[in-house]
Design a protein around this ligand. Structure first.
Ligand code: IPM
Ligand code: MG
Length: 357
């Protein structure tokens, strides 16, 4: 198989972790006889520094022309405490999601048994959890009209959804539920929000096309609580952009660390694969970041964009073997981890590479 992959490292630890996602793809290419070619592009703070634009036209053109994109992370502390900044790194990520029509963000909560004791939750609560989030990615309050009045005493963000936007992601989530445990929980705030009432109405209609899937509707506040009380009760979770953003950071604690969670953004064209974590400037450039989320994002690319299930499995197995052998990065180590087992980004990446069959 021949594929052109675009690497966009982005900001902060994005640079370091993406190196390992890419190396894994190269190794899979060699081992399985695929011709993967790579190109690279800039985005976020890195791109603002060079061009003044968080998503330069050249990056967007390369993205559209590629078969799949591996992205790192976005953001810089400089902007976090400067709410008045007009140009922000995150605008690059939001724009590329919109431009590529990446309306479905899949965030699997992959729980490795070896990491049961890395979570802040009790192992007996976690064991057996397997959740796949479908977060809507190109609508909601993220893309609604934004306003600020002249004397700076009022601001607003419009939360809006079109019926078709709910329909298309709901179908994707139901299709996935069919291949899993056939349970779908749609999360909204229909007791308060009009957008959520439309969301719930549409999901109820789509549910009729999938009588074999058990549907549940849950309010976001309750879902946030249930997720830590009894995560096993969830199979596929379908939710809107903002709720999904918040809920999946919470859910990452089930997998032990944000540094473990990969995601796939798909829709009309090129698929986009990225860790859910941020740029973590506090540890950037120090060889401390966990490369596993980027490596697992590469596995999602192989599976979802290229249909290479066996190759994807080889990657997740290599991650499992690495963890089984006791190797940890700082974020997934705990009080019982021997100091000699705690590795830097590069050493952890090398372990995974060595385990790839
Ligand atoms: C995510 C991130 C982004 C989001 C930010 C960086 C814009 O938090 O992918 O979850 O809110 O979607
Ligand atoms: Mg987020």
């Amino acid at each position: 198989m021949k594929k052109n992959i675009l690497i966009i490292p982005g900001d902060g630890i994005g640079q370091e972790v993406t190196t390992w996602g890419k190396k894994v793809l190269e190794k899979i290419g060699e081992n399985y006889g695929h011709e993967f070619s790579f190109d690279e592009a800039i985005m976020g703070h890195t791109a603002i520094e060079v061009t003044g634009n968080p998503l330069p036209d050249e990056t967007l053109a390369k993205a559209k022309a590629s078969d799949a994109i591996l992205f790192g992370a976005i953001g810089h502390i400089k902007y976090d405490n400067d709410p008045s900044a007009k140009v922000r790194p995150e605008q690059g990520l939001l724009k590329i999601r919109k431009e590529l029509g990446l309306y479905a963000n899949l965030r699997p909560i992959l729980l490795f048994d070896e990491l049961l004791d890395a979570s802040s939750l009790k192992p007996e609560i976690l064991q057996g959890t397997d959740i796949l989030f479908f977060r809507e990615l190109t609508g909601d309050v993220y893309f609604g009209e934004k306003n600020r009045n002249e004397d700076n005493t009022f601001a607003s963000d419009l939360m809006n959804y079109h019926r078709y936007e709910v329909e298309r992601i709901a179908r994707k989530a139901y299709d996935a539920a069919r291949t899993r445990n056939k349970r779908l929980c749609s999360v909204d705030k229909a007791n308060v929000l009009e957008t959520s009432r439309l969301w719930r109405e549409v999901v109820q209609e789509i549910a009729k096309e999938y009588p074999d899937v058990e549907t549940e509707h849950m309010f976001i506040d309750n879902a946030a609580m249930q997720l830590v009380k009894n995560p096993k009760k969830f199979d596929v979770v379908l939710t809107a952009n903002l709720f999904g953003d918040i809920l999946t950071d919470e859910a990452s604690q089930i997998a032990g660390s944000m540094g473990m969670l990969a995601s796939a953004s798909v829709g009309d064209g090129t698929g986009f694969f990225e860790p859910i974590h941020g740029s973590a400037h506090d540890i950037a450039g120090q060889n401390k970041a966990n490369p596993l989320a980027s490596i697992l994002s590469a596995a999602l690319m192989l599976d979802i964009s290229f249909g290479l299930q066996e190759e994807a499995k080889a990657v997740t197995n290599a991650v499992a073997e690495t963890l089984k052998a006791g190797w940890r990065t700082g974020d997934i180590a705990n009080a019982h981890t021997e100091a000699s087992k705690v590795l830097g980004t590069q050493e952890m990446g090398e372990k995974v590479l060595a385990f790839i069959k």
